[in-house]
Design a protein around this ligand. Structure first.
Ligand code: GLU
Length: 295
């Protein structure tokens, strides 16, 4: 199988040094293996994605000297595909509707008997308030996309989708606690540390997790190269891959580029935008040096 990787930015702000590192590392690894480097624009958040940021992504990547195989995948072109999978999961009774807002969840999760709210890869672990509305799930058609969020009922994930109850993936980089090699986790860990995640957000009819898993499979991605901040989310992705009968790529999580205070760079951190460095006379080789990649 040809080594195939991708860079998957969201066009919600300028690319910064951290994005440049991720994209160049993936591009280098693809070239070293004689493989393919693909691009995917993750623009499902219609309220934040903007065409001018998308154009800026192409300009920045080109300036950095990267080339990618065409066509570029855009998530906004794939909403019908995401919906099809959501429908299927609904009819297979893996999903339930959830009408809780952030405040309801925070309150229920920090009720006195629960102690401090537990945090998972997707924020506060959902305390399961709407899970028992089983009648709704059994007897009603799927809620209209903009009427409610749909959550994955982790307790309905059949044991058989994991190998003897154990999920695993291969990590060739490092997790935040230096996890590497074969990473294993089991169903009880999933319920306890991840909980029932939202697969279809009310405002977008899908979610980052569902889209990324479907897209990686559709693009034939064999190696996912991305920041360590997504290491824990990989567990969600592996569960979804098993549930949907999709292959699990090899994962390579890399360290995050941080500022002088040790804080990871954010989109609003304009000072480290690639376009700023370019305007200030830096060269792509300078950028490679700054993030510690060979020229
Ligand atoms: N779109 C995500 C981001 O910009 C990256 C997702 C991924 O690489 O899986 O952080």
């Amino acid at each position: 199988m040809t080594f195939t990787t991708r860079f998957a930015p969201s066009p919600t702000g300028p690319l910064h040094l951290g994005h440049a590192y991720s994209a160049m590392l993936a591009h280098d690894m693809a070239k070293e293996s004689g493989g393919a480097f693909l691009l995917r624009i993750e623009d499902i958040d219609g309220s934040r994605a903007r065409p001018d940021w998308e154009q800026q992504i192409y300009d920045d990547l080109e300036w950095l000297g990267l080339d990618w195989s065409l066509p570029v995948m855009r998530q906004s072109d794939r909403l019908a595909t995401y919906r099809e999978t959501i429908n299927q999961l609904w009819w297979d009774k893996f999903l339930y509707r959830c009408d809780c807002n952030r405040r309801d969840i925070a309150q229920a999760a920090s009720a006195p008997q629960e102690g401090a709210p537990l945090l998972g890869p997707d924020g506060v672990i959902y305390p399961g308030t709407c899970r028992n509305a089983v009648l709704e799930r059994d007897h009603y058609p799927i809620p209209a996309p903009d009427s409610a969020a749909l959550r994955l009922d982790m307790s309905s994930v059949p044991n058989g989708v994991a190998h003897e109850g154990i999920f695993s993936f291969t990590e060739t980089g490092l997790g935040p606690d230096e996890e590497t090699g074969k990473i294993e986790f089991d169903m009880s860990e999933v319920s306890r540390e991840i909980g029932d995640i939202v697969l279809a957000r009310k405002d977008m009819g899908t979610s980052y997790h569902l889209s990324v898993v479907l897209d990686d499979a559709a693009q034939g991605i064999t190696h996912v190269i991305r920041g360590q901040d997504l290491f824990e989310a990989t567990k969600i992705h592996v569960i979804l891959q098993r549930l949907l009968g999709l292959p699990t790529p090899t994962y390579h999580h890399h360290e995050l580029i941080r500022d002088e205070q040790g804080k990871r760079l954010a989109k609003r951190d304009d000072a480290r935008a690639i376009s700023k460095y370019r305007a200030n006379g830096y060269s792509p080789a300078d950028i490679r040096k700054m993030v510690g990649l060979p020229c």
